[in-house]
Ligand binder design. Structure first.
Ligand code: ADP
Ligand code: MG
Length: 731
């Protein structure tokens, strides 16, 4: 009998919900307590420093070191009052998650041996040189010249975790190339600000800044910690590599929006309290579609900050889960046969004058701006659909996309019937009838009054990877474990480039004698026509759509290593160059890292699968098989051969079945090892990644299939790995 599994099940059943209570009655009492936000800064910094810092964050002025000294002093004082003894530069390497190296505030007052004081200079705040040579750089930094440095991002506030002051930073090589995900994001946000501001100024000269917003919805699974510990595949890869579907899954849809189980409810409260301490406006919590799957979503915010908050939130969620005897699974597809986890990225643009650029307006001018931004976005998504797909694609997310639950591995945009009708009307109207020149030279495009219901009444197409939802687009293909930076960098850069083009086209028409309104109208109309292929309101899960998308020329590639190549296509290189977001060298380097990461992920999974098959599954199956054989033998000793054959008919057929499954498993594991060895000696990362995708990955399904069949045959008491029903329904 497998004691480990049954002990874990027993222990899991005994666990009770933790008592959790809010740090204070009113959330606003402790909201943002651990963040060095504007209100806190005002208490610790001089007026002059505040002003200078505002110039840096709002107007992009360069940071003066004397200001940095003042900020550092104030920051340290504040952090020490919260119990901080250390500080760290927090950065976002090209691998998953975040990285940090902690240093203490202590220093000698003078020469070594003199008194110890707490110190933190502006220099240390502004820049650090972590010995981060083992972070992937795609060859930009050779290890012997391992100088990369982190530089403070003043636009994202520092915060205190436990005893450490955490400073958000970018991570760049000594020669200036970005080695992280934050640096290019900041550049993309800057590009979209500039481009969109210029376009907005054609409508309203008061607009000085456009901000990109992000509201992420974080999906996750919780699994009891004891059960998790007895699944080597969960432990090492974050997903189950085997496991037969549970008889009951999500088919009754009783979990979705159902009442939250008590242990989980306590967990949800706890992570919200933590979120509030860090100024993360957690708003929504609910069960998700799959059993043991849940979601947390905050109120949207400025994109760069929202990305950092998501990264912080993911680490908080991981930490707090353990307090509750859970393990958090952020993998995109921890369990086969039920929904995986995504992280919808709700994205919009807004002006400093308070106008949401994806919000249909009340006046014709406002609506013209709305349609301008909308059609430019469609153009951008159309032109760069392959890149956008690459921006969300990983080994993990590949399991989720295209399965019958998440957007397919094809990027298309959903607008809903009303907006589609408006675009169609525009497309078919002539500029003469569209532009009604009245006394005030007002203009009507037949969209002056977008009905009020429009906002609340957007059809919800859950199958679309990029859906318009009333006042924003929802990029749904992003994976649950992803750093949103990748998707947000590509999207904002693509829209920035398109808006630059839009303005240039309009300006050219005006220079050629067109009125501004007509010029704008003509360009919009051409965009509606040119970007038509990206619009799809039908069922994205259907087979017909795949064929249709291919006909429309959309990118339909499904192999992860090949999808990644979109980053270095001619149009992507040009896009990133023209927006100043990434150079060609950086793009190539990043792809090297992506391929390398892909290889490592599949390699680890292949090893774990092989180990489990040979060390867990086959031995257990064989033991059960010999039990059956034993029974047959003994039966024959007692009964006549004829009678014994009859009695043992089922045993005999099971013995044969087991033998067949185990031999297929063994053969395929051996073949997979050979395929891996062949792949491992391939020199170029790209070729190696392709070999892993084409020649190693296909074994996973075959091996799994036969293991899952064995799970159904072998005595339950012997089976060592917790089953899906245990992992998914015990909480
Ligand atoms: P649903 O699950 O229906 O998509 P949620 O309420 O779970 O909706 O999440 C919607 C997310 O979109 C929230 O984070 C919300 O703050 C965000 N959001 C709402 N309006 C905007 C906007 N204009 N720009 C960006 N994000 C937005
Ligand atoms: Mg959503």
């Amino acid at each position: 009998m497998s004691s480990l599994r049954f002990n874990a099940v027993e222990e899991a059943f005994k666990k009770k919900a933790l008592e959790v209570s809010a740090p204070s009655k009113l959330t606003s009492d402790y909201y943002g307590k651990y963040v060095f936000n504007k209100a806190t800064m005002a208490k610790y910094l001089s007026k002059d420093t505040m002003k200078a810092l505002k110039n840096v964050t709002d107007k992009g002025a360069t940071l003066d070191l004397s200001i940095a000294d003042d900020v550092a002093a104030g920051m340290r004082m504040w952090a020490m009052e919260l119990g901080a003894t250390h500080y760290t530069h927090w950065f976002q390497p090209l691998t998953d998650g975040t990285a940090e190296k902690h240093d203490s505030f202590i220093d000698y007052e003078g020469a070594p041996g003199e008194a110890i004081i707490e110190d933190f200079s502006g220099k240390l705040l502004a820049q650090q040189e972590p010995d981060a040579s083992s972070f992937p750089s795609g060859g930009i930094r050779s290890t012997f010249e391992a100088r990369g440095y982190t530089a403070w991002d003043p636009s994202s506030p520092a915060f205190v975790v436990d005893d450490t002051l955490v400073i958000p930073t970018i991570f760049i090589s000594y020669t200036g190339e970005a080695l992280d995900l934050k640096a290019p994001l900041l550049k993309a946000l800057n590009a979209v600000d500039k481009a969109a501001t210029a376009v907005c100024q054609m409508f309203d000269p008061n607009v000085k800044k456009v901000v990109a917003y992000l509201g992420w919805e974080q999906e996750y699974f919780l699994v009891d910690e004891g059960l998790y510990a007895t699944r080597p595949d969960l432990l090492l890869t974050g997903r189950t590599l085997m496991g037969h579907e549970s008889a009951k899954n999500q088919q009754l849809e009783d979990h979705y929006f159902g009442s939250v189980p008590s242990r989980v409810a306590a967990y949800m409260k706890d992570i919200e309290f933590e979120a509030y301490k860090y100024g993360i406006p957690a708003k929504t919590r609910h069960n998700e579609v799959a059993p043991n799957q849940f979601e947390l979503a905050p109120i949207y915010g400025e994109c760069n900050l929202a990305v950092d908050q998501n990264l912080l939130m993911m680490s908080i969620m991981k930490r707090v889960a353990r307090r509750h005897g859970f393990r958090l699974l952020l993998h995109e597809k921890p369990f086969a046969g039920i929904n995986g986890s995504g992280k919808h990225n709700n994205w919009s643009l807004g002006t400093d004058t308070g106008v949401g650029l994806f919000t249909p307006g009340k006046t014709p001018e406002e609506n013209l701006l709305f349609v301008t931004i909308l059609t430019s976005t469609l153009m951008a998504v159309h032109k760069h659909n392959a890149l956008l797909k690459a921006s969300i694609m990983t080994a993990q997310n590949a399991h989720r996309l295209g399965a019958n639950e998440a957007p397919p591995a094809i990027v298309s945009a959903f607008l809903g019937s009303q907006l589609t009708a408006i675009l169609e009307k525009l497309e078919n109207s002539t500029s003469e009838e569209a532009i009604i020149v009245g006394a005030k030279k007002k203009l009507s495009l037949g969209i002056a009054h977008i009905p009020e219901v429009f906002l609340d009444n957007t059809d919800r197409n859950r199958t679309s990877p990029f859906a318009f939802t009333g006042n924003r687009f929802e990029f749904r293909a992003v994976g649950s474990s992803a750093n949103c930076s990748s998707a947000m960098t590509s999207l904002n850069a693509a829209v920035a480039a398109q808006l630059v083009e839009f303005k240039a086209e309009v300006d050219a028409k005006i220079a050629a004698g067109s009125t501004k309104e007509k010029a704008i109208f003509d360009v919009i109309k051409s965009y509606i026509k040119a970007s038509k292929a990206i619009r799809f309101d039908g069922n994205g899960y259907s087979e017909e759509w795949k064929a249709e998308a291919a006909k429309r020329g959309l990118d339909c590639e499904t192999s992860v290593p090949k999808i990644i190549e979109a980053y270095t296509s001619k149009s992507s290189i040009e896009l990133f160059k023209s927006t100043g977001v990434l150079t060609e060298v950086e793009l190539h380097a990043r792809n090297e890292v992506k391929w390398e990461t892909y290889v490592k992920k599949i390699q680890i999974e292949a090893r774990v699968l092989g180990d489990l098959a040979i060390n867990h599954i086959i031995p257990v199956a064989t033991r059960y098989q010999s039990l059956l054989l034993d029974n047959v033998y003994k039966t024959k000793a007692v009964f006549s051969v004829e009678k014994a054959d009859k009695i043992c008919a089922m045993d005999l057929s099971l013995i044969e079945e087991i033998a067949e499954h185990t031999s297929i498993i063994k053969k395929n594991v051996e073949d997979m090892v050979v395929a891996r060895k062949v792949a491992n000696v391939i020199e170029h990362e790209k070729d190696k990644a392709n070999a892993y995708h084409d020649n190693v990955l296909p074994y996973f399904d075959v091996i799994r299939y036969h293991i899952d069949k064995l799970e159904l045959i072998v005595d339950d008491e012997m089976w060592t790995l917790p089953k899906y029903r245990e992992l998914l329904f015990i909480r």
